[in-house]
Design a protein around this ligand. Sequence first.
Ligand SMILES: O=C(O)CCC(=O)C(=O)O
Length: 268
Amino acid sequence: MTALQQEQSFNAISQPGEFTELDRFMFESWGYLIIPDVLTADRSKACLDASIRLHEKAGTSGWAQVGRGFESEQVLDDLIDHPAVLPKIRALYGDRFILQSAWCTKQPAFGGVGGWHQDGSGAYDFKQLGYPIPLLQLRASYLLTDQSLPGMGNMEMIPGSHRAQAPLPADIRRDKSDLPIGHVVCATAGSVLLFHNAVWHRTYKHDHDYDRYTAHYIYSPPWVRFSDRFANDKAYLARTTPVRRYLAGEFERPDAPFGAGYPTAFED
Ligand SMILES: O=C(O)CCC(=O)C(=O)O
Protein backbone atom coordinates (compact mmCIF):
# COMPACT_ATOMS: atom_id res chain seq x y z
CA MET A 1 0.00 0.00 0.00
CA THR A 2 1.39 3.44 -0.91
CA ALA A 3 1.50 6.23 1.67
CA LEU A 4 -1.39 7.96 -0.15
CA GLN A 5 -3.50 4.79 -0.13
CA GLN A 6 -2.79 4.44 3.57
CA GLU A 7 -3.85 8.05 4.17
CA GLN A 8 -6.98 7.54 2.08
CA SER A 9 -8.00 4.24 3.67
CA PHE A 10 -9.62 6.20 6.52
CA ASN A 11 -11.32 8.95 4.61
CA ALA A 12 -14.75 10.07 3.43
CA ILE A 13 -13.86 9.19 -0.16
CA SER A 14 -16.47 9.86 -2.81
CA GLN A 15 -16.43 9.64 -6.60
CA PRO A 16 -16.98 12.34 -9.25
CA GLY A 17 -20.61 12.84 -10.28
CA GLU A 18 -23.76 11.49 -8.67
CA PHE A 19 -24.34 12.14 -4.96
CA THR A 20 -24.86 8.59 -3.74
CA GLU A 21 -26.62 7.41 -0.59
CA LEU A 22 -23.18 6.67 0.85
CA ASP A 23 -22.06 10.23 0.01
CA ARG A 24 -25.07 11.55 1.91
CA PHE A 25 -24.35 9.36 4.92
CA MET A 26 -20.66 10.34 4.98
CA PHE A 27 -21.46 14.04 4.48
CA GLU A 28 -24.03 13.96 7.29
CA SER A 29 -21.62 12.08 9.57
CA TRP A 30 -18.36 13.94 8.96
CA GLY A 31 -19.50 17.14 7.24
CA TYR A 32 -17.23 16.63 4.24
CA LEU A 33 -16.29 14.45 1.30
CA ILE A 34 -13.10 14.03 -0.69
CA ILE A 35 -13.51 13.54 -4.42
CA PRO A 36 -10.23 12.34 -5.99
CA ASP A 37 -9.22 12.88 -9.62
CA VAL A 38 -11.76 15.55 -10.54
CA LEU A 39 -9.25 17.38 -12.75
CA THR A 40 -6.72 15.84 -15.10
CA ALA A 41 -3.09 16.75 -14.44
CA ASP A 42 -3.15 19.19 -17.39
CA ARG A 43 -6.35 20.89 -16.25
CA SER A 44 -5.12 21.11 -12.69
CA LYS A 45 -1.86 22.70 -13.88
CA ALA A 46 -3.79 25.19 -16.02
CA CYS A 47 -5.86 26.19 -12.95
CA LEU A 48 -2.68 26.49 -10.89
CA ASP A 49 -1.10 28.76 -13.52
CA ALA A 50 -4.27 30.87 -13.57
CA SER A 51 -4.19 31.16 -9.76
CA ILE A 52 -0.54 32.22 -9.81
CA ARG A 53 -1.38 34.89 -12.41
CA LEU A 54 -4.22 36.18 -10.24
CA HIS A 55 -1.99 36.52 -7.19
CA GLU A 56 0.81 38.14 -9.21
CA LYS A 57 -1.65 40.64 -10.65
CA ALA A 58 -3.05 41.40 -7.19
CA GLY A 59 0.48 41.70 -5.76
CA THR A 60 -0.26 39.48 -2.76
CA SER A 61 2.29 38.37 -0.22
CA GLY A 62 2.08 35.84 2.61
CA TRP A 63 -1.12 33.85 3.12
CA ALA A 64 -3.64 35.48 0.81
CA GLN A 65 -6.84 34.93 -1.09
CA VAL A 66 -7.97 36.57 -4.31
CA GLY A 67 -11.66 36.54 -5.19
CA ARG A 68 -13.69 36.38 -8.42
CA GLY A 69 -10.88 34.83 -10.52
CA PHE A 70 -13.56 33.19 -12.68
CA GLU A 71 -14.24 36.57 -14.28
CA SER A 72 -10.80 36.80 -15.86
CA GLU A 73 -9.57 33.20 -16.08
CA GLN A 74 -11.54 30.81 -18.31
CA VAL A 75 -10.22 27.66 -16.63
CA LEU A 76 -11.45 28.95 -13.26
CA ASP A 77 -14.84 29.86 -14.76
CA ASP A 78 -15.09 26.26 -15.98
CA LEU A 79 -14.95 24.97 -12.40
CA ILE A 80 -18.16 26.76 -11.36
CA ASP A 81 -20.44 24.02 -12.70
CA HIS A 82 -17.98 21.16 -13.03
CA PRO A 83 -19.92 17.93 -13.73
CA ALA A 84 -17.95 16.01 -11.09
CA VAL A 85 -19.16 18.35 -8.35
CA LEU A 86 -22.39 20.07 -9.48
CA PRO A 87 -24.64 16.98 -9.01
CA LYS A 88 -23.57 16.83 -5.38
CA ILE A 89 -24.34 20.53 -4.82
CA ARG A 90 -27.75 20.08 -6.43
CA ALA A 91 -28.46 16.99 -4.32
CA LEU A 92 -27.75 18.96 -1.15
CA TYR A 93 -29.48 22.24 -2.10
CA GLY A 94 -32.04 21.49 -4.79
CA ASP A 95 -31.85 23.66 -7.91
CA ARG A 96 -32.04 27.16 -6.47
CA PHE A 97 -28.65 28.31 -5.22
CA ILE A 98 -25.87 30.70 -6.19
CA LEU A 99 -22.10 30.96 -6.25
CA GLN A 100 -21.73 33.21 -3.20
CA SER A 101 -17.97 33.59 -3.69
CA ALA A 102 -14.89 32.05 -5.25
CA TRP A 103 -11.43 32.46 -3.71
CA CYS A 104 -8.00 31.38 -4.88
CA THR A 105 -5.96 30.85 -1.75
CA LYS A 106 -2.19 30.89 -1.55
CA GLN A 107 -0.25 29.46 1.35
CA PRO A 108 3.35 30.58 1.00
CA ALA A 109 6.29 28.16 1.01
CA PHE A 110 7.06 26.95 4.54
CA GLY A 111 3.82 28.52 5.84
CA GLY A 112 2.67 27.53 9.33
CA VAL A 113 -0.77 26.35 10.41
CA GLY A 114 -3.77 28.67 10.11
CA GLY A 115 -6.36 29.43 12.78
CA TRP A 116 -9.20 27.03 13.53
CA HIS A 117 -12.57 28.37 12.36
CA GLN A 118 -16.00 27.60 11.00
CA ASP A 119 -17.09 29.40 7.83
CA GLY A 120 -19.80 32.03 8.00
CA SER A 121 -20.30 35.72 8.40
CA GLY A 122 -18.56 37.91 10.97
CA ALA A 123 -21.56 40.23 10.66
CA TYR A 124 -24.01 37.58 11.86
CA ASP A 125 -22.72 34.40 13.44
CA PHE A 126 -24.45 31.40 11.86
CA LYS A 127 -24.71 29.90 15.37
CA GLN A 128 -27.44 32.44 16.06
CA LEU A 129 -29.61 30.69 13.50
CA GLY A 130 -30.07 27.58 15.62
CA TYR A 131 -28.78 24.09 16.14
CA PRO A 132 -27.52 22.31 14.11
CA ILE A 133 -25.96 25.19 12.19
CA PRO A 134 -27.62 25.09 8.76
CA LEU A 135 -25.85 24.51 5.48
CA LEU A 136 -25.42 28.02 4.04
CA GLN A 137 -21.95 27.96 2.53
CA LEU A 138 -21.17 24.68 0.84
CA ARG A 139 -17.54 24.81 -0.21
CA ALA A 140 -15.89 22.89 -3.04
CA SER A 141 -12.11 23.26 -2.67
CA TYR A 142 -10.04 22.29 -5.72
CA LEU A 143 -6.54 21.33 -4.63
CA LEU A 144 -4.14 22.71 -7.24
CA THR A 145 -0.87 21.54 -5.73
CA ASP A 146 -0.13 18.06 -4.42
CA GLN A 147 -1.37 17.52 -0.87
CA SER A 148 -1.01 13.76 -0.77
CA LEU A 149 1.03 13.73 2.42
CA PRO A 150 0.70 15.78 5.62
CA GLY A 151 2.77 18.98 5.64
CA MET A 152 1.82 20.10 2.13
CA GLY A 153 -0.55 22.92 3.14
CA ASN A 154 -3.41 20.45 3.44
CA MET A 155 -6.80 21.31 4.81
CA GLU A 156 -7.24 19.97 8.33
CA MET A 157 -10.79 19.15 9.35
CA ILE A 158 -12.47 18.04 12.59
CA PRO A 159 -14.84 15.31 11.40
CA GLY A 160 -18.42 15.70 12.67
CA SER A 161 -17.69 19.07 14.32
CA HIS A 162 -20.50 20.73 12.35
CA ARG A 163 -22.77 19.08 14.91
CA ALA A 164 -20.70 19.90 18.01
CA GLN A 165 -22.63 21.98 20.52
CA ALA A 166 -19.54 22.61 22.64
CA PRO A 167 -17.18 25.40 21.53
CA LEU A 168 -13.63 24.60 20.44
CA PRO A 169 -11.59 25.48 23.57
CA ALA A 170 -10.37 29.09 23.49
CA ASP A 171 -6.75 28.15 24.25
CA ILE A 172 -6.63 25.78 21.27
CA ARG A 173 -7.98 28.53 19.03
CA ARG A 174 -5.63 31.16 20.48
CA ASP A 175 -2.50 28.99 20.26
CA LYS A 176 -3.48 27.30 16.94
CA SER A 177 -2.82 24.01 18.73
CA ASP A 178 -3.20 20.52 17.37
CA LEU A 179 -5.91 18.33 18.80
CA PRO A 180 -6.25 14.54 18.75
CA ILE A 181 -9.24 14.49 16.38
CA GLY A 182 -7.81 16.79 13.69
CA HIS A 183 -7.88 15.03 10.30
CA VAL A 184 -5.26 16.23 7.83
CA VAL A 185 -6.83 15.70 4.41
CA CYS A 186 -4.42 14.01 2.02
CA ALA A 187 -5.23 14.07 -1.69
CA THR A 188 -3.48 14.73 -4.97
CA ALA A 189 -3.70 17.92 -7.06
CA GLY A 190 -6.97 17.89 -9.00
CA SER A 191 -8.96 16.44 -6.08
CA VAL A 192 -11.86 18.28 -4.46
CA LEU A 193 -12.80 18.63 -0.81
CA LEU A 194 -16.52 19.38 -0.41
CA PHE A 195 -17.53 20.64 3.03
CA HIS A 196 -20.23 22.11 5.26
CA ASN A 197 -19.66 25.65 6.57
CA ALA A 198 -19.97 24.53 10.20
CA VAL A 199 -17.10 22.01 10.16
CA TRP A 200 -14.20 23.36 12.21
CA HIS A 201 -11.13 23.51 9.96
CA ARG A 202 -7.83 25.23 9.32
CA THR A 203 -4.92 25.39 6.89
CA TYR A 204 -2.35 22.79 7.90
CA LYS A 205 1.41 23.51 7.84
CA HIS A 206 3.36 23.57 4.60
CA ASP A 207 6.93 22.24 4.84
CA HIS A 208 7.93 22.75 1.21
CA ASP A 209 9.73 25.44 -0.77
CA TYR A 210 6.92 26.37 -3.18
CA ASP A 211 3.62 28.21 -2.69
CA ARG A 212 0.49 26.09 -2.25
CA TYR A 213 -2.71 27.03 -4.13
CA THR A 214 -6.31 25.94 -3.63
CA ALA A 215 -9.37 27.29 -5.48
CA HIS A 216 -12.49 27.47 -3.29
CA TYR A 217 -16.04 27.74 -4.71
CA ILE A 218 -18.73 28.56 -2.16
CA TYR A 219 -22.40 27.86 -2.93
CA SER A 220 -25.29 29.34 -0.96
CA PRO A 221 -29.08 29.66 -1.00
CA PRO A 222 -30.15 32.33 -3.52
CA TRP A 223 -30.86 35.03 -0.91
CA VAL A 224 -27.36 35.07 0.62
CA ARG A 225 -25.16 38.06 -0.33
CA PHE A 226 -21.96 37.68 -2.33
CA SER A 227 -18.74 38.01 -0.36
CA ASP A 228 -16.10 38.22 -3.11
CA ARG A 229 -17.89 40.95 -5.09
CA PHE A 230 -20.49 43.69 -4.66
CA ALA A 231 -21.94 43.06 -8.10
CA ASN A 232 -21.26 40.88 -11.12
CA ASP A 233 -19.04 42.17 -13.90
CA LYS A 234 -21.26 42.95 -16.90
CA ALA A 235 -18.72 41.83 -19.50
CA TYR A 236 -18.38 38.50 -17.69
CA LEU A 237 -22.13 38.01 -17.65
CA ALA A 238 -22.35 38.74 -21.36
CA ARG A 239 -19.71 36.16 -22.19
CA THR A 240 -20.39 33.24 -19.83
CA THR A 241 -22.95 30.44 -20.14
CA PRO A 242 -26.64 30.63 -19.04
CA VAL A 243 -26.01 28.19 -16.15
CA ARG A 244 -23.08 30.26 -14.86
CA ARG A 245 -25.06 33.51 -15.23
CA TYR A 246 -27.77 31.88 -13.15
CA LEU A 247 -25.25 30.72 -10.56
CA ALA A 248 -23.88 34.27 -10.51
CA GLY A 249 -27.32 35.15 -9.13
CA GLU A 250 -28.56 36.81 -12.32
CA PHE A 251 -32.05 35.48 -12.82
CA GLU A 252 -35.48 37.03 -13.29
CA ARG A 253 -37.35 37.01 -10.01
CA PRO A 254 -41.06 37.60 -10.55
CA ASP A 255 -42.19 37.77 -6.91
CA ALA A 256 -40.72 40.09 -4.28
CA PRO A 257 -41.17 37.59 -1.47
CA PHE A 258 -38.45 35.06 -2.27
CA GLY A 259 -40.76 32.35 -3.63
CA ALA A 260 -39.74 29.54 -5.92
CA GLY A 261 -41.61 31.10 -8.85
CA TYR A 262 -38.56 31.58 -11.04
CA PRO A 263 -37.18 29.04 -13.50
CA THR A 264 -33.91 27.28 -12.81
CA ALA A 265 -31.12 27.05 -15.35
CA PHE A 266 -30.76 23.30 -15.23
CA GLU A 267 -32.22 21.25 -18.05
CA ASP A 268 -32.35 17.82 -16.41
O1 LIG B 1 -7.08 27.46 1.57
C1 LIG B 1 -6.91 27.27 2.76
O2 LIG B 1 -5.85 26.92 3.21
C2 LIG B 1 -8.02 27.44 3.78
C3 LIG B 1 -9.06 28.40 3.47
C4 LIG B 1 -10.10 28.47 4.55
O3 LIG B 1 -10.10 27.73 5.48
C5 LIG B 1 -11.13 29.47 4.45
O4 LIG B 1 -11.06 30.33 3.56
O5 LIG B 1 -12.08 29.42 5.26
